[in-house]
Design a protein. Structure first.
Length: 202
């Protein structure tokens, strides 16, 4: 099994929480004073992002509607081998591109590879048996794979992930809680996410 390098997030849609839902969860009511409300909204938005990232890093999973990722290969995989596409669940492969021996970018036809989908594990890219691996550029990481993961536009996000994010949102927003309370919040969030973990991608 081949692993991609230099994973990057290209674009994303959706989140475990909207700003309105997060403020409701935290019991925040607007004051009607724009300067104060804007500052609170900015603070909650930062904490929402941190809670989202924490849940995704804990599970090694995409917990949004749709995220497009990009990563690279140093060379073509061995014949019949599969390329691991992290951050499940996989929705689709957008493209496979490479720099040829003349440093010109080329696109592999989508008829020459296939994807395997599984909600519980990372997706896989497999090239067709008839694919004649072209010569590559001598530049580093000349092959680029782009794919989309998530639960689909309008899809239902895992309720245990939403609840875990709510716990971490409360944990980081309320700085006055005791250290024991904070530890219990995180411990409960980890327990909620345990069933969504698929393993670290290294």
């Amino acid at each position: 099994m081949w692993k991609l390098e230099q994973l990057e997030e290209v674009s994303s849609t959706g989140a475990l929480f909207t700003l309105a839902a997060a403020k409701t969860e935290l019991g925040i009511v607007d004051t009607g004073v724009s300067g104060i409300d804007d500052a609170v909204d900015a603070q909650v938005t930062r904490i929402m992002s941190a809670a989202q990232n924490w849940c995704e890093q804990t599970t090694y999973r995409t917990l949004r509607e749709e995220v497009e990722y990009e990563a690279h290969l140093e060379c073509w995989p061995a014949t019949g081998a599969v390329v691991l596409l992290p951050k499940p669940p996989l929705l689709s492969i957008t493209s496979v591109k490479y720099l040829d021996a003349s440093d010109v970018e080329q696109t592999v036809s989508n008829t020459l590879y296939e994807a395997s989908f599984s909600d519980g594990t990372a997706g896989q890219l497999r090239f067709a048996d008839g694919f004649a691996y072209p010569s590559l550029s001598t530049q580093l990481l000349p092959i680029t794979v782009t794919w989309k993961s998530g639960y689909g536009i309008g899809g239902t996000l895992p309720p245990e992930a939403v609840q875990a994010a709510a716990l971490m949102l409360s944990r980081w927003y309320d700085a006055d809680r005791s250290s024991t309370d904070l530890e219990n919040y995180e411990r409960s969030a980890v327990a909620l996410l345990r069933g969504l973990q698929w393993g670290e991608y290294v």
